[in-house]
Design a protein around this ligand. Structure first.
Ligand code: PMP
Length: 359
């Protein structure tokens, strides 16, 4: 029996995608082999990858002057790959620090350049996104880096910063495809796949083509965006099976009505949970209301001694992986695209019952 899986990632995938992958496991469409067993340069897999890229372009309305790269390495690797590809002759980059994932990006970038912290929400214990008016941007920075959804802290940009001539780079790992984005506002968008896109092992990079000339000579070929763009992401063997599953997820998203339609559902799911959290003191949600993440709902039981009781009861009721990240404690309900409304309703009903029992 499948559970409602609230994992932050690797996370739940649409059941129909898993069913289709299972049906196609041994023999992909008459080829007599699994996608896992195919050459990445064969026409079957090239077709799978091209379709996945085309569908992603449609879903996100990616303009033609952007390259889409399907790479290995994950978002933590991109934290190093971004400065290597974008520094050119510049020696510094601006970073906005909104929490654990920003901090990891900053730590890595410091190995390659001077990092200026243009803004930080550390003073609110990373429960908010700093207002653009407080950002101190450097016009000579190679780029401005933000994390648009902090998976651990549960805060999300509900707006797009304007950074003028300096390219805006965003780690969108944990909310890409959950909401409409205006890609043209960004120089680079990247993210690991294992939340809203597919299995771990695939990394998406969406990069404006005029930024492809800035890579440092030390950039490894596998992580060199220009080389990868020229080679259709096949400088090295791409994560073939993960790309295939991502392609099925993109097709599923289209059957859901696309990103705009899924965003509406995501708004409704998040509202159901936050609206309840706002009515009770038994639980508390630390994120500032206007910056609350629709994807990762962080909350605490006011009496933390009840935490393990809460988790055991949730599991018995068919809900798993609600434990918060060790950096912030408490609970976290990750409600990505594949989490049905029913899953969130089941959680809220359980939370109410638990409150009645212990409150
Ligand atoms: N950035 C964000 C916002 C994340 O949520 C994660 C993973 N949880 C990462 C980066 C790191 O991804 P990976 O482990 O795939 O490198």
């Amino acid at each position: 029996m499948r559970v409602f899986n609230f994992s932050a990632g690797p996370a739940a995938l649409p059941e129909s995608v898993l069913t289709q992958a299972a049906a196609e496991m041994l023999d992909w469409r008459g080829t007599g082999m699994s996608v896992m067993e195919m050459s990445h340069r064969g026409k079957e897999f090239m077709g799978i990858a091209a379709k996945a890229e085309a569908d992603l372009r449609t879903l996100l309305a990616i303009p033609d002057d952007y390259s889409v790269l399907l790479l290995q390495g994950g978002a933590i690797a991109e934290n190093a790959i971004v400065p290597m590809n974008l520094l050119g002759r510049k020696t510094s980059a601006d970073y906005v620090n909104t929490g654990e994932w920003s901090k990891k990006s900053i730590k890595e970038a410091r190995k390659y350049c001077a990092v200026r912290i243009a803004a930080s929400s550390e003073d609110t214990n990373f429960t908010s996104v700093p207002a653009l008016g407080t950002w101190q941007l450097d016009r000579n920075a190679a780029y401005v880096h933000i994390c648009t959804n902090e998976t651990i802290g549960g805060i999300e940009y509900q707006w797009t910063p304007e950074t003028g001539e300096v390219p805006l780079v965003a780690d969108m790992s944990s909310h890409i495809l959950s909401r409409v984005v205006n890609v043209s506002k960004y120089g680079v968008i990247y993210g690991g796949a294992q939340k809203n896109v597919g299995p771990a092992g695939l990394t998406l990079v969406i990069v404006r083509n005029d930024l492809l000339d800035r890579a440092l000579p030390i950039t490894p070929s596998a992580f060199h965006w220009k080389e990868q763009a020229a080679a259709d992401s096949m400088v090295n063997t791409p994560p073939t099976y993960a790309i295939y599953i991502a392609g099925l997820v993109f097709e599923w998203l289209q059957t859901q009505g696309g990103v705009k339609a899924i965003e509406k559902k995501n708004i409704a799911k998040a509202a159901l949970l936050y609206d309840y959290l706002d009515t009770t003191e038994f639980y508390r949600a630390p994120a500032r209301k206007i910056d609350r993440s629709r994807m990762n709902v962080v909350f605490h039981l006011s009496d933390e001694s009840l935490d393990s009781e809460f988790l055991v009861g949730a599991k018995a009721a068919g809900m798993d992986q609600l434990k918060g990240h060790r950096a912030v404690g408490g609970m976290r309900a990750s409600i990505y695209n594949a989490m049905p409304f029913e899953g969130v309703r089941t959680l809220v009903d359980y939370m109410k019952q638990f409150e009645q029992m212990y409150g």
